[in-house]
Write a protein that binds this ligand. Structure first.
Ligand SMILES: [Zn+2]
Length: 517
């Protein structure tokens, strides 16, 4: 009898050990299975990018995105809410339609810049004028009255619409070298001329507006076929539009050759006064250590040249999908799992900085934060952000991640806290362990970052799926870790770029009432 009981206990003990040894592997396998066999990424991307659209802070679409995220979490049984962090200038994009009227009629490819003042539905029809070449600011001031009643072209005409890699592939070595030199000379002269005028590309629009220009026409090429950056207008009353390299070049040449082109710009945006603006915060409460937190982090806002698919639609759907999977396979986490979809990252990490300021308790209890915000690619780099013992915990958590995902990841421990590249920096500055899941570029900088081409079709779903799996496993491992993570800071070395001793970044306050005229 005694012997039987003992062996029964022994079997129980073995099973128990076996079960708990299995459970990490089982959960990791369940995460992978759910991600691979029941992925919601395409559906989420469609709903966010195609239906909601771009998410510029202060626009109705940003609020629509916040509401959509809360609804989506609700469907999955996850608590979520929109937390107001500040106010912003309310603005709504409308129809932009740009046509050349003279010397022939053609519809041009371009759009109103963010927060640009609008026109009436009838639009504005006027001739163009290019910036002059001047020797000093006095000459520029003398020239300024010429802009009255005209659209001013404020960008350099590009000598080629072909990106470097295309020249490299097809040009003779001689003509590639010649082109590179021509561009260099032209760019140097352009910059020198701006210095002579006494302005920068940032404040020139305002000066032209004051001098009576009727509108601003720019073309901010992003060095990729068909790709332009679409930032903000920098004018108070007159519309500012971006026109594609191809059409801008044509207008410029017509102007140079005395053909006096005339364009018509319709830009029907609306001012909506001051509006509230939000972070969407989702929570899966912790069962054992509810006051310790894992944060899945990605900014929710975007510029609005396109639909913000890779900046930061992909980071957003990665965190949504990871949370959905965790809720399904790990519904009772040891620590609390929060998903932070931050507002207004693009204007200076405002949503996440506000969260850090408003929730010192959560920052204090932070076990780890994982942020993703540099495009659609699979994660290829994780840095310890300057935390001395990051290797001991992040390195350990990574061991649970399948090889087919980690084989692409380079780690850098303890690393440096870094600058303010994205929202993890808001937490790192507060001394809390925030980490960036840094992606392979997939031509991010030239083609999708803040461009008119940042759209659904650029998403590489296999890479995003791997990132969701990685994030879910890291969150699970961080949650289950028997220890709270160390915040001890490494001794920072010399910054090779500046030659100076690196220092830990200081917390910065958010801009809580932005975008006002
Ligand atoms: Zn971003």
């Amino acid at each position: 009898m005694k012997k039987q009981l003992l062996s029964a206990l022994f079997v129980l003990f073995i099973c128990g050990t076996f079960l708990s040894a299995q459970s990490t592997e089982e959960i990791v396998a369940a995460i992978q299975k759910e991600a691979n066999e029941n992925s919601q990424l395409e559906q989420l991307a469609h709903e966010l990018m195609d239906v909601v659209g771009p998410r510029l802070v202060g626009t109705p679409q940003m609020k629509a995105a916040n509401d959509w995220a809360v609804e989506t979490y609700k469907k999955w049984g996850i608590e979520a809410k929109n937390e107001e962090w500040g106010k912003w200038r309310g603005w709504q994009r409308g129809i932009t339609h740009i046509d050349m009227i003279e010397p022939r009629v053609v519809t041009l490819s371009g759009m109103q810049l963010a927060w640009s003042p609008g026109t009436s539905p009838k639009g504005i029809t006027a001739n163009l004028i290019a910036l002059p070449t001047v020797s000093d600011s006095l000459a520029f001031v003398k020239w300024l009255p010429n802009v009255k009643g005209k659209f001013v072209m404020v960008s350099m005409e590009q000598p080629t619409g072909r990106p470097d890699y295309n020249w490299e592939e097809f040009a003779t070595e001689e003509s590639f070298e010649k082109m590179k030199k021509d561009i260099q000379v032209k760019e140097d002269a352009w910059r020198q001329n701006f210095r002579n005028m006494g302005y920068t590309s940032r404040n020139i629009n305002e000066a032209l507006e004051k001098a009576g220009a009727i509108g601003i026409v720019q073309s901010r090429w992003s060095n990729g076929f068909g790709a332009n950056k679409i930032f903000s207008a920098g004018t108070k009353k007159i519309p500012a539009v971006d026109i594609s390299l191809e059409d801008y070049g044509m207008l410029y040449r017509l102007l140079e050759h005395g053909k006096n082109p005339k364009i018509k710009v319709v830009a029907e945006s609306k001012e909506l006064g001051t509006v509230s603006t939000f972070n969407t915060i989702a929570t899966i409460p912790g069962k054992e250590l509810p006051n310790e937190y894992i944060i899945l982090s990605a900014h929710f806002d975007s510029w609005d040249g396109a639909t913000g698919a890779t900046d930061n639609g992909t980071g957003t759907i990665t965190m949504l999908e990871a949370a959905r999977i965790l809720k399904k396979v790990y519904p009772n986490p040891k620590r609390t799992i929060i998903v932070g979809h931050w507002g207004s990252e693009e204007q200076g990490l405002n949503g996440s900085r506000a969260f850090v300021e408003d929730h010192p308790d959560i920052v204090e209890g932070l076990q780890a934060l994982f942020n993703q915000d540099n495009g659609t690619g699979r994660v290829v780099n994780i840095s310890g952000q300057g935390f001395l013992h990051a290797y001991d915990y992040v390195g350990k958590w990574l061991e649970a991640v399948p090889k087919d995902i980690t084989q692409h990841i380079e780690t850098n421990f303890p690393g440096n806290p870094g600058g303010g590249g994205s929202d993890y920096a808001s937490f790192v500055a507060a001394g809390a362990p925030g980490f960036s899941l840094s992606s392979l570029s997939w031509s991010y900088w030239n083609y999708t970052w803040h461009t008119n081409l940042d759209t659904y079709d650029k998403i590489v779903f296999d890479d995003v799926r791997n990132n969701a799996i990685l994030t879910a496993i890291l969150a699970y491992m961080a949650s289950e870790d028997p220890n709270k993570t160390s915040r001890e800071k490494a001794v920072l070395g010399i910054n090779p770029r500046t030659g100076e001793q690196r220092t830990w970044p200081e917390p910065r306050s958010p801009e809580r009432n932005g975008g006002q005229n």
